[in-house]
Design a protein around this ligand. Structure first.
Ligand SMILES: [Mn+2]
Length: 355
């Protein structure tokens, strides 16, 4: 197991690499190239630049989160082949730079969403929260403005402004796309990139839909055991794996995250894990919590033990942290609570190794 922390390059992070280096057990970062529209090739010089910066701080750059998939690929438009070619060129460049694992998602139009980015908790900290009833009432405009205005002027991954102009049109497009058609588009993409992933020794972990509940009648992709199975069966390469995001899957009470961890880790299909905890406030509503089991509804010890016992040998990172100790940062990505999460996960890992 290798522990990493998500880090945003090009001066777009309040957390410094030197600080990450001081968290015990953290050996690298999960990062990406910012400012490159989905579908464009990531230039080698910029990849090397960021790699040098990360290596210079004594950390590794083996995990990329994320290479965004161009919407034309998701829609299955004729231009998809060009964008897949570009995706493959980016993969090869990253492989040349020593990248071993890529986290990405195939969610149509919208990336992750929260109704509140700073919900006050009882202990004086703030966490991101989600209410499905509130979310269902939002227009697209309200949704984007609530994320942008709530973000404290920090850029939000997945909410790049370049996406906004076409969102309404894209939502309209998907109203006539069936689940089967959407999965056929995913298969086309996977069949094109997996042989290259094999050749480059590069694992791909699809990130589950976050939250796992449908909005704007858009197709859901990866939100439960059965849809994970369906996704991984589209292409049987071991490189076609899952990013086990415990908070995204755990947001739905029906998901048994421990069983999911066991099933897919034992098949070697989990290259990357996002570990965080959630506290349910209704069947569809939740807020994020501290990583500790007793602070939320997920049994973090059992999840880590399931991974360890199933032979998991990939990357783990603590996921969103709360805003604590008056830290100013991008929502979910401050240093303090994620460092606490990393220390806790290290403890769980050591305990499962020795018991
Ligand atoms: Mn995640």
């Amino acid at each position: 197991m290798k522990m990493v922390l998500r880090w945003f390059p090009s001066g777009d992070d309040t957390v410094k690499l030197a600080q990450i280096r001081q968290i015990p057990g953290v050996t690298g970062v999960a990062t990406f190239l910012s400012g490159i529209p989905a579908g464009d090739i990531w230039p080698m010089e910029r990849i090397e630049q960021i790699k040098d910066e990360i290596n210079g701080a004594g950390l590794e750059m083996e995990v990329i989160e994320s290479i965004n998939v161009h919407e034309d690929i998701k829609k299955g438009l004729p231009s998809k082949d060009m964008y897949i070619d570009n995706y493959i060129k980016t993969m090869r460049n990253l492989a040349d730079a020593g990248v071993k694992c890529v986290c990405y998602n195939f969610m149509p139009v919208l990336d992750w969403f929260r109704s509140d980015l700073y919900l006050p908790l009882e202990d004086g900290s703030f966490a991101m929260s989600y209410s499905h009833n509130d979310a269902k009432k939002l227009t697209l405009e309200n949704m984007t403005s609530s994320m942008i205005n709530g973000s404290n002027n920090f850029s939000l991954p997945g909410w790049e402004p370049e996406r906004f102009p076409k969102m309404a049109e894209d939502i309209e497009f998907y109203q006539n796309v069936s689940q089967d058609e959407y999965f056929a588009n995913i298969k086309y993409f996977l069949d094109a990139i997996m042989p290259v992933a094999e050749e480059c020794d590069m694992d791909f972990g699809v990130h589950p839909d976050d939250p796992p509940f449908p909005l704007f009648n858009l197709p859901k992709v990866v939100n439960c055991r059965d849809s994970i199975r369906r996704y991984l069966d589209l292409n049987k390469s071991k490189r076609n794996g899952l990013t086990l995001c415990t908070g995204s899957l755990g947001a739905n009470k029906d998901n048994d995250v421990v069983a999911i961890a066991k099933e897919f880790a034992s098949e070697g299909r989990i290259p990357f894990v996002h570990l965080r905890n959630v506290k349910h406030t209704s069947d569809t509503d939740f807020h994020e919590s501290a990583h500790l089991s007793e602070c939320g509804d997920l049994d973090m010890y059992e999840i880590v033990k399931a991974l360890k016992d199933s032979g998991f040998d990939g990357y783990i990172r603590p996921d969103h942290g709360r805003k604590i100790w008056d830290e100013e940062s991008r929502p979910g990505y401050g240093l303090y609570d994620r460092a606490l999460g990393a220390a806790y996960i290290n403890g769980l890992w050591e305990a499962t190794t020795k018991s």
